[in-house]
Each structure stands twice: as C-alpha cells, then as structure tokens.
Ligand binder design. Structure first.
Ligand SMILES: [Zn+2]
Ligand SMILES: [Zn+2]
Length: 531
C-alpha cells in the first residue's frame, strides 16, 4: 500500500512532521474493533484519555438519511454499531484505520451529538485540536457524499476535451520482438490531481473530480492536520507538513508557493510557521489570504461561514493579533475592514437579508457563483493606517459558547476622519444622458467622483440620493512593475445610516480615491457606530 510507505517515510525522514504518539483523544471516538469482526464497532467516551486516532474529512452531501449520532441513538451506539448501518465512506475509513493498526477513528457525524446544540458548540470549538492531533486524516476527496466510499473506479478527463471521462486502465502494447521481460503499458496521462493540488483558483473546477476541495467546511480540515491522505478520483495524494506527493510521482516535492499553490502554501504555514511566528503583520497577511481563499468555497448554509473557519481562527488566536472580532483581528482591524467584492457588477448577488455577521465583516457578504471577496489590493506593500483612525470599542453578542463562531450582533465604535457623501445621477450637459457619480464633501466643497472608484458590497441601484457617511481608514503608496510609476490611494469605508436614534451605520462598500483633491485627510474626526 503506497500510503504505508508515505507514512513510514514521514515518520522517519520528516523532521517537522513529528507528531505526538499519545495525544488527548477527542471527547468521543469510534472504537474500530479488530480486523476479523465487522460488528465490533462502537462509540466510546474518551474521558480525557490519550491515544492514536484517525480523523475523516468528507462531504456530507444533501444529508438526507445521513447516519448521525443523536440523543436517542447514542446509548445503543456506545454498545455496538452494525456494519450495515454505516455508509460506504465510513466503512472504508474503518478498513483503513484497522489496516494501519490505529484503534480509533473520529467522524464528526458520529462523534458529535448532532441534535445537541451545546455538545456541537463544545466539539466544534475543539476542531483545531481534533484535526491537528490526528495520526492521519483520511480525505474522501472524490466523493460528493458519505455513500460514495473511498475506493472508486479511477478516472481522469481527456486534456483536450475536458468533459470526456476516461477510465484509468493500463493497456499492454504488443511488440514485434516479443521481448519477454520488457512489457510496455500505456494509460491516460494523469493531470487533474496535480492541477488541483497546485492551484485552487476557482472551486467550480474541482466539482467533479475533487468535490471535497470545493467545500468551505473541508477547508480547515485540509489545513489543520499534520498529514492527510486524499482519495482523489485519479490517484492517492499525500499531504504532510513537509511534502505533497502522489502515486505517479509527478507531485513529489517540498512545499513552495509556486509548486503547491495558495492552499498548499497555507497548509504549510498553518502546520509549521504559525506556531512560532510573532509578527502581527505577517500573521495578518496570511489571515487575509486565507479568508480570500476560504470565500471561494461553497457552504450549504451561509450562516456557517464563521463556524466553518472557527478551528483556524482558534489556531491563529493567542498570537500577536489580539482579539478575534467576527472574522477580523483586533490588531489588524483596519485592513480587515477593507475587503473588496470581485465580480462583474451585473452578476453580483449579495444577500445580507439574514445576517450571519455584522456588515463590516467579510463574513456578511454572501456572493453567488464564482464571485469572491478579496484583500489582494490592501495586501500589497505600503498600506498605512490613518493616524486618526482607531477602534474605540467592540460590542459583540452571540448565542454560541465558542468565541470563534456565530455572531448575532456586532457593533464597532470607530473614530476617524469623516465626511458626508451621496450617489447622484446627473447630466453634465442639460439634455445629455444622466451619469451616476459619488459626490463627496471635501473641505466644505462638493466633489464628484466617477462611480468606478466605488466598490459596492451589493447592488447600488437603491442608493441614489441616500445620505452616506465616509470614514478614512488608511492609504497606500505603491510602485508599478518598473518601480517608477507611483500610485497612491486612500481607503474609505462608505456607510449608510441604519438607526437614527442610535446613530448606527452599516457598511455598503469601499471608496478608493486616488486623487489629492478628493482626500479626506483634513476632514473632521468623528466617532461612529457600525453594525
Ligand atoms: Zn511528513
Ligand atoms: Zn500524480
């Protein structure tokens, strides 16, 4: 088994991959029993004991008829779980766990009481430890739900015609000289797995051969473990702290951004450098990259956006970033507020009707299709927070006991240079078609700014003539490719009032002003509440 060789190599040769032999077990684990008996499987309470366990990462699928532990099933499952009850992916994971000689397996659907909110909160808060302490994480990468299993008929696609599925079979070539010991076989060239594990730019590309990689919940399950064995549609892929490898050996290398793409690079950071790095700027940079990547992935329930990232947020906490505030960090708050929506405005669908996070958090923006949010502009060098911009207070309320999870209400009290603004449609020449502009009051004078400087969080049609407030967050000076052209821009949050009596606002977008005469740097300083 190729996987055994990778595990042995990792144990023997990877200095950074040393894992604890006796980590504390998750609260409940599946005792996989002995090899001979199919029915010797049960749920056990670990009661703080230590031991080795394997974790499973998989797509739940639609979830209908999905096997899960509930308050009513838990008692009987601590006595025995019948083999036939288990979906195929769970059965296959048990077979591998037994083969590796590991006594326990952790599967979220079975090890968390799914109809017990309190249990779910406690266990989800522990997700970072559960995955990072596992002996191995098995990823059902090619399976779209828990009934598909791990051992599939392998396939690839024709590189020329992507929609054609080719079974991966080797064909023996007959040779004229009939040399008995030198057989030659041909098979389709493998390429999907290599592309997937090097570059994840658009989750849509992975939907068929690696659906797990498109799921937001699986993101932290990929980044946190020390080592993962992926069952991809083409071949097995090994990811550990030190290397990414595949069966055909085309991926057989140490991590680097160029070779492994953003997710591989992030995994390498999360399992390695994260634990020693004390630089708020460096940690903040990685967090913003991580959020941008996470926002390309799919969720069944948009309200799960913060919970699905809570294990990673926990891993970044207690470093140099201060408190976690609904997806952004206290000590990198200015940049955290400056996310941009990246899409064509015609296709933009933002749904904030059922808020799962406050409007100033990226987690409140629910983008449809391949649209995404990005921090790429503010991540370029040269961002400086405006000296007068500061956080005065944070008021968060949540029903969750996990501080990295849901937020039902969140208010930020911010201080900074502010001015009034409005979006106005007007004709520059009477009789000519109207053009919509952002009109800003700068130094008591009204200045018109073309609307393409405004990056809206949603549809801007309903905002005409609505009084808006702008707050200056910071500015950036950066040089072009030849280091000669220097561009400067100011980052301004655009807010709309939501409550007259409380003087509270919501974020509606970002204004990027690159012109000195539009600068807010001399505007008066105000204190605002944003919810
Ligand atoms: Zn390793
Ligand atoms: Zn390969």
């Amino acid at each position: 088994m190729e996987a055994t060789a990778w595990i042995e190599n990792c144990n023997l040769n990877h200095l950074h991959c040393r894992i604890s032999n006796w980590p504390v077990l998750p609260a409940r684990v599946l005792d996989v029993g002995c090899r001979e008996s199919y029915d010797d499987i049960k749920l056990v309470l670990s009661k703080g004991n230590s031991g080795q366990y394997v974790a499973l990462s998989y797509c739940w699928g639609k979830g209908e008829g999905m096997m899960r532990t509930t308050k009513s099933s838990i008692t009987s499952w601590t006595q025995a779980i019948l083999w036939q009850q288990l979906p195929k992916t769970f059965q296959d994971a048990i077979k591998i766990t037994r083969k590796l000689g590991i006594p326990y397996l952790w599967i979220d659907a079975l090890c968390i009481i799914q109809d017990d909110v309190q249990d779910w909160e406690i266990e989800s808060a522990n997700m970072a430890n559960i995955y990072s302490n596992s002996y191995l994480t098995i990823a059902a990468t090619a399976a779209s739900d828990s009934h598909v299993g791990l051992f599939l008929d392998r396939w690839t696609s024709a590189e020329v015609q992507n929609s054609v599925k080719l079974p991966i079979k080797a064909h023996k070539l007959s040779r004229a000289d009939e040399a008995p010991d030198e057989n030659i076989f041909v098979r389709p060239r493998l390429h999907l797995a290599h592309e997937r594990f090097k570059h994840i730019e658009n989750a849509e590309y992975h939907a068929e051969d690696a659906p797990l990689l498109t799921r937001a919940w699986a993101f932290q399950e990929r980044l946190l473990p020390s080592r993962t064995l992926h069952f991809h549609a083409e071949e097995l892929i090994w990811e550990c702290k030190s290397a990414v490898q595949c069966e055909c050996e085309e991926l057989d290398q140490r991590y680097s951004y160029e070779r492994c793409g953003m997710q591989g690079w992030l995994k390498n950071f999360v399992t390695g450098e994260l634990h020693n790095n004390r630089s708020a700027t460096r940690l903040g940079n990685v967090w913003l990259d991580l959020v941008s990547e996470f926002c390309t992935l799919h969720l069944t329930h948009e309200s799960d956006r913060l919970p699905a990232l809570s294990g990673l947020a926990y891993s970044f906490s207690k470093k140099a970033l201060g408190s976690y505030i609904a997806g952004v960090w206290e000590h990198d708050l200015a940049r955290g507020l400056l996310f941009e929506t990246m899409e064509s405005k015609d296709n933009l669908t933002v749904n904030r009707s059922q808020l799962s996070a406050p409007s100033w958090s990226w987690a409140s923006v629910h983008l449809a299709g391949p649209n995404r949010i990005s921090y790429s502009r503010v991540l370029r060098h040269g961002f400086i927070q405006d000296l007068r911009f500061s956080l005065i207070g944070v008021y968060l309320s949540s029903d969750s006991s996990n501080p990295f999870s849901w937020v039902s209400h969140g208010l930020l009290q911010l201080k900074g240079a502010c001015t009034m603004a409005a979006i106005i449609a007007e004709s520059s020449v009477p009789g000519e078609p109207q053009e919509r502009k952002m009109v800003l009051e700068v130094g008591g004078v009204q200045k018109s700014i073309p609307l393409d400087h405004f990056i809206s969080d949603g549809v801007v049609q309903h905002l005409d003539n609505v009084p808006l407030l702008c707050i200056l967050v910071g500015h950036q000076t950066y040089s072009g490719i030849n280091s000669i052209e220097v561009e400067a821009c100011e980052y301004v949050l655009v807010l709309q009032k939501i409550s007259a009596d409380l003087n509270t606002y919501k974020r509606i977008g970002l204004l990027l002003t690159g012109n000195d005469s539009w600068s807010l740097r001399n505007e008066p300083v105000l204190t605002v509440l944003i919810g």
